[in-house]
Design a protein around this ligand. Structure first.
Ligand code: 5RP
Length: 222
């Protein structure tokens, strides 16, 4: 089976009756959402909050009961993908531009599970470009700030125009190579006015489900 499907479906074993579940975004979380949809059609009762419009549309098409974030008092478990995961369980997320909602849902969840294929497991974060969500006003200045810091920023352009997130913001990718200190980098980026959020997720995940073609392993953190 496709490793993304293996990991995505395995995570759904942790979803229990009555839970409020955060639904992640991307090609691996897709399989979790599909599986949850199947269980809901077979009688499982849960509520879900979505981390993107794309996931919302998928969940609605599968008949999963969706609630708004403001009505989700307690989120029991969120299942999401990741772009890189290091041995401490720090991660980079956001390839699909959903990092802001993903982070808000993740930090407000009791437990977080990431579903990845083996290629996402790295010794050090940073080879994958780190997405930073910035407001359009002043984004040039934020980009210049990143240049001065030596972060090799590139504004994300899709089909000849600035990519816009579900919140109407832009994404700047930082080509860092290696991130030696994710916690320090988190602080450095956050203090720049105009930055809304970034795709570094330090110390958030509890379990990472890693799959290759024929085998699944589960990494436990915190
Ligand atoms: C979207 C994300 C994704 O979860 C992450 O990019 C992994 O995606 P995929 O499972 O398609 O490789 O953070 O913003």
């Amino acid at each position: 089976m496709n490793p993304k499907q293996l990991a995505g479906e395995k995570a759904v074993e942790f979803v229990k009756e009555g839970m409020t579940v955060g639904l992640g975004t991307g090609s691996t979380a897709y399989f979790s959402v599909k599986k949850i949809g199947e269980l809901v059609q077979n009688g499982l009762r849960i509520k879900a909050v979505c981390t993107s419009q794309a996931t919302h549309d998928l969940a609605v098409s599968l008949g999963i009961p969706i609630i708004k974030m403001r009505d989700a008092g307690h989120i029991d478990l969120t299942i999401d993908g990741a772009d890189e995961v290091d041995p401490e369980g720090h991660g980079i997320k956001g390839r699909w531009g959903a990092l802001l909602f993903e982070k808000i849902v993740a930090v407000n969840s009791e437990k977080n599970i990431w579903v990845v294929d083996e290629s996402k497991i790295v010794k050090k974060l940073g080879k994958f470009p780190l997405p930073v969500e910035v407001i359009p006003f002043g984004h040039r200045q934020v980009l210049d700030h990143f240049v001065r810091l030596g972060f090799n920023p590139v504004l994300r352009i899709d089909e000849d125009k600035e990519f816009q997130t579900d919140s109407g913001n832009y994404i700047i990718h930082l080509h860092l190579g290696v991130i030696e200190d994710p916690l320090q980098l988190d602080r450095t980026i956050k203090q720049i006015p105009g930055v809304v959020e970034h795709g570094l997720f330090p110390g958030i995940v509890n379990k990472v489900i890693v799959a290759n073609d024929n085998n699944i392993r589960i990494l436990e953190f915190r």
